[in-house]
Design a protein around this ligand. Structure first.
Ligand code: ZN
Length: 384
């Protein structure tokens, strides 16, 4: 049991289990106290040594005078995941103008506004990307000795999302693009989230293929910001779902094979084909897509046959997609020809967003950007 964690109801422990749990709790409290006292002492010694060593380089921030003396300690209360901790910060006074300041703050990354240590903040942010802000605050309170408010977590995530620098696609990499609707903004059906990642097959783990993904772009709203970014970066290979026209957004553009078939069923429905008659059309298309020799000709033939039979919308769908349906045959550099590596990320998005509340567009964008940046760019946790 970590210090600060609430004990489980005693009745569910066997009696010897109780003793060992209590002993662990008591020792944890003592160890924390010991660490806190030791840290306080060591930090004070460190600051005095540092001041003696650097005093000739220090200048008064008000009058630039080098004539400085030590002027006691300032108490700073810091929240950490092991509880609140009082830090004593060395103060310095200018003999010329009388200004008191704390030169050590900047050197150790303690801006005077900081009241929560970064390690606690990082834990709270990680939780905030996984579950609702209110629940994150509750978990922090239950599993650590620190506290962070739900609003504090929301604000920290919004700040962090502004600072994130996303990578650019490298030469030869394949970019996958897809979008999904999230419950945000004022429209009943919500707004789309556009997602772009690079994807390369990784090593096989326990006989399962893995995929290395990097988040390139995520935003909530229209497709324009994504198009602008892609036109600037001009990736070599791009795979997309066909929801937007991205023909000038990469050197080689491929329609996602899976989406092509999925959308076919939708258009067959629009053309009035009953549900149980649709699968054969889908199977025929999938077979054609896997035929590297005669695929393109068979594809056009299918589209023309559909048009002749009066299935104009379905035929139009195939003809529209035709220029991008078989790019991979001419350009063998595609690492994927469908957007399936994005499915896992879409599930993560929906899992975090569907909490029964309506989001603001900027609020949902911040959380999703931090979530996927952490998953794909910062650690190997999310590689699948
Ligand atoms: Zn001064």
């Amino acid at each position: 049991m970590l210090p600060g964690e609430h004990g489980l109801p005693e009745a569910i422990f066997a009696s010897d289990g109780q003793i060992v749990n209590r002993l662990f709790a008591a020792l944890s409290r003592e160890a924390d106290q010991h660490i806190a006292c030791g840290l306080k002492e060591q930090l004070q010694i460190l600051q005095v040594v540092w001041f003696c060593k650097h005093r000739q380089d220090l200048r008064c921030p008000a009058c630039s005078s080098p004539s400085l003396i030590r002027k006691g300690w300032r108490h700073r209360k810091l929240k950490t995941s092991r509880g609140s901790f009082t830090l004593f910060v060395l103060q310095v006074r200018c003999r010329n103008c009388g200004r008191t300041f704390r030169p050590w703050n900047d050197r150790v990354g303690l801006p005077s506004s900081r009241r929560i240590l970064e390690e606690l903040e990082a834990k709270a942010i990680f939780l905030g990307t996984q579950v609702s802000f209110a629940r994150s605050a509750q978990i922090v309170r239950q599993l650590t000795c620190g506290t962070v408010s739900a609003e504090g977590i929301r604000r920290k995530i919004a700040e962090l999302s502004q600072k994130i620098q996303l990578p650019s696609p490298q030469k030869g990499e394949t970019v996958l693009v897809d979008s999904t609707k999230v419950k945000a903004g004022s429209k009943e059906r919500g707004v789309p989230v556009y997602l772009a990642v690079t994807a390369q097959p990784g090593s096989s783990q326990s006989n399962r293929p893995t995929c290395n993904k990097q988040l390139l772009h995520l935003h909530v709203g229209t497709a324009e910001p994504l198009k602008n970014l892609l036109r600037q970066r001009m990736p070599d290979y791009l795979v997309h779902d066909g929801g937007d026209n991205l023909e000038d957004c990469a050197k080689h553009v491929q329609r996602c094979r899976w989406h092509l078939g999925y959308q076919l069923k939708h258009y067959l429905w629009q053309d009035g084909i009953p549900h149980n008659f649709r699968p054969p059309f889908h199977e025929a298309l999938m077979d054609i897509m896997k035929d590297p020799e005669n695929g393109p000709q068979r594809y056009l033939k299918l589209a023309n046959n559909l048009a002749t039979c009066g299935l104009k919308t379905t035929a139009g769908h195939l003809l529209n997609a035709a220029p991008e349906a078989f790019t991979f045959l001419k350009e063998p550099g595609f690492s994927y020809i469908d957007t399936s590596p994005l499915e896992r990320e879409m599930r993560e998005i929906n899992r975090r967003v569907d909490i029964g509340a309506r989001w603001s567009s900027s609020g949902v964008e911040s959380v999703l950007k931090v979530l996927l940046h952490q998953r794909l760019n910062e650690t190997s946790m999310g590689q699948s």
